[in-house]
Design a protein around this ligand. Sequence first.
Ligand code: NCD
Length: 308
Amino acid sequence: MSPRLRHLTTLENLPRETIERLLDRAEALRDACAHGTRKLNVLAGRTVLNLFFEPSTRTRTSFELAARRLGADVINFDIGFSSTSKGEELFDTLHTLEAMHLDAIIVRHKHSGTPDELVHHAMSGVSVINAGDGNRAHPTQGLLDALTIRQHRPDFENLTVVICGDIKHSRVARSDIHAFSALGVKRIRLCGPATLMPAVEEFPHCQHYDDFDAAIEGADAVITLRLQKERMASTDLPDEAAYFTRYGLDQRRLALAAKGCLVMHPGPINRGIEIATEVADGAQSRILEQVGNGVFVRMAVLNEVLAR
Ligand code: NCD
């Protein structure tokens, strides 16, 4: 059996067995808590801290719900009101928080690598879970996307999955690619304008496209991404109307995919920019299922790192 994780900062290089264990556990916990209607007490007496240096709606709420459903106590550390805004060093904040005896820190930060720095500098036995660092990793999103696909199409080896949009700045895309590759997906197509694509050498095993019509042909799942303007140089910023024409997922394009193609998006969605309203709200959309799965995946991760 692959060893239990003490931290989760990235899915890169995680064995398939570990990823499958987390997905299986997410489903077992979903059933055990009766889809969220029953509270479990497996983490009673443990304290989890949400340390978010970047805005978040679903990830933060979903980690909080996950921890509460497992019986843990949760503290939300609001950066706007904290001493960090008075210039306190990140590691001083870490050590101050550790002195209060926390069991897990869930961190989101604009700098890639911050979660690993916290692991490195932590003085207590605190577990660190990455809720998104720069453009590098968003491991629980990768897991929940894999779970959502698995619930409809468990035959990963046969799937064609398309990720379209601002892949260069997307930690979601990176964690998705790591998860899907580990689970055996052979055809991962990456599509976007040249300025928003990662270097081919970063993902040599993926197929790189700039034409969305070509990329989506025959696809079993398509994940569209937001233009992450906050991480972009102004020269990379496309005109939104022109972007939708070339890279927006509308009904015409979706018809080029395989029948029943899963439509996914990590949120927040921008209607009329990367996805048309009728597709986002359409019969093939799995976007709200992704959100629902996010809570169970985060329960599984908390359970993994905090198990005694
Ligand atoms: C993503 C993120 O923050 O990386 N959102 C999320 O966690 N669901 C994607 C995004 O911000 O576009």
